[in-house]
Design a binder for this molecule. Structure first.
Ligand code: ATP
Ligand code: MG
Length: 332
């Protein structure tokens, strides 16, 4: 059975982008077809300015939302990254295999370091080395596939390069992973700034649909989405990014094809209204289930405890093998 690993950072409230780009695939497909691990990757949340209490709250909320979205702890392994020491242990070896130049080429590093500088904050070294930890997350579990939104594909490709390099230079320890993306809505754009990705850590929330927004807020945000000056509904990301984004969201929410849908609309108003209806319907069950699960924190704790135990059991032997292969003396 193939092995799947993916993660989500507790850097903000989960968004429609996270759901359509990653989580829905985990719930509907991956946990049924593979031995799948999903992690709240909290160490990655420390790479940017953060409030410690908020990171803890968001970690719990992310786990609760993943369960509410339909991850089934009987079918998959759900855990918090920092509960499994192997991630940090293996990350160091990845730093010893990767190069400085490779890290600096990562688009996420370029974007987030600019944001940190603009905010008058220092750029944390961990923001640069982030892909080494992400490679460790993936490689520690003999992962075959990593289902992610398009923005994370570059990091998965780096993990793949590092696995191949380690295997050739030392011993064949790692399974070589590959990224998978959803067919539609692999990159949901910000509703107010449709040339940039919807991201949960972005400051201005008016262009972001959060999974826990109430219905009225969700509708308002979609109805106020920036469209284009032309009045035509065309599916063309370069010429018409706002409208194209709405078509992607509508298609992903209803199971349609965005280009076909484009032909069915003559006004932006109708497109926005149908998109708002579809998103509200899509998210309603998740919101209801979230309220139930959040009322039972002991249940969530139990899931995370069992998840971390299972994950540790899988990662330990792989990381121990890597330690020996790279030249470290096993404990005597
Ligand atoms: P941050 O702003 O802190 O980077 P994020 O919203 O980008 O947060 P991540 O935790 O970085 O979320 O990513 C979790 C998963 O969601 C990844 O698989 C990522 O590719 C996917 N994802 C994030 N944003 C989008 C988006 N706008 N469209 C599609 N997929 C997305
Ligand atoms: Mg991100």
């Amino acid at each position: 059975m193939k092995r799947i690993f993916s993660g989500i950072k507790p850097t903000g409230h989960l968004t429609l982008g996270n759901y359509l780009g990653a989580v829905r695939q985990w719930v509907e497909v991956d946990q049924h077809q593979a031995d799948a691990l999903f992690s709240v990757v909290d160490l990655h949340a420390l790479t940017v300015e953060h409030d410690p209490g908020r990171v803890r709250r968001l970690s719990r909320q992310a786990a609760t939302l993943l369960l509410a979205a339909g991850l089934d702890p009987e079918r998959c392994t759900l855990f918090v990254q920092s509960h499994v020491d192997e991630h940090a242990r293996l990350s160091y070896l990845m730093e010893c295999v990767a190069t400085d130049g490779e890290m600096r080429r990562m688009i996420q590093y370029k974007e987030k370091s600019v944001r940190a500088r603009d905010a008058g904050e220092g750029v944390r070294l961990s923001l640069l080395t982030y892909p080494a930890l992400m490679a460790a997350d993936i490689l520690a579990y003999d992962t075959d596939e990593v289902p992610v939104g398009e923005d994370q594909t570059q990091h998965v490709e780096l993990a793949r390069d590092l696995a191949v390099r380690f295997n050739q230079r030392y011993e064949p320890v790692f399974t070589v992973p590959k990224a998978t993306n959803p067919k539609v809505a692999a990159r949901v754009m910000d509703l107010q700034d449709p040339t940039s990705k919807m991201g949960k850590s972005h400051e201005n929330g008016s262009g972001i649909v959060y999974l826990l927004d109430d219905e009225a807020t969700t509708r308002r945000k979609i109805m106020r989405a920036v469209t284009d000056s032309a009045q035509e509904v065309v599916y063309d990301r370069a010429a018409s990014p706002g409208v194209t984004n709405l078509l992607d969201v509508l298609a992903a929410s209803t199971g349609g094809d965005p280009e076909v849908l484009a032909g069915a609309y003559t006004s932006y108003g109708a497109l926005k209204k149908d998109t708002a209806d579809a998103v509200v319907e899509l998210l309603r069950p998740l919101r209801e289930r979230h309220a139930e699960i959040a009322a039972d924190p002991a249940y969530v704790d139990g899931v995370l405890r069992r998840g971390a135990e299972r994950a540790r059991g899988m990662a330990r032997p792989v990381v121990d093998r890597a330690y020996r292969a790279i030249g470290l003396l096993p404990p005597v």
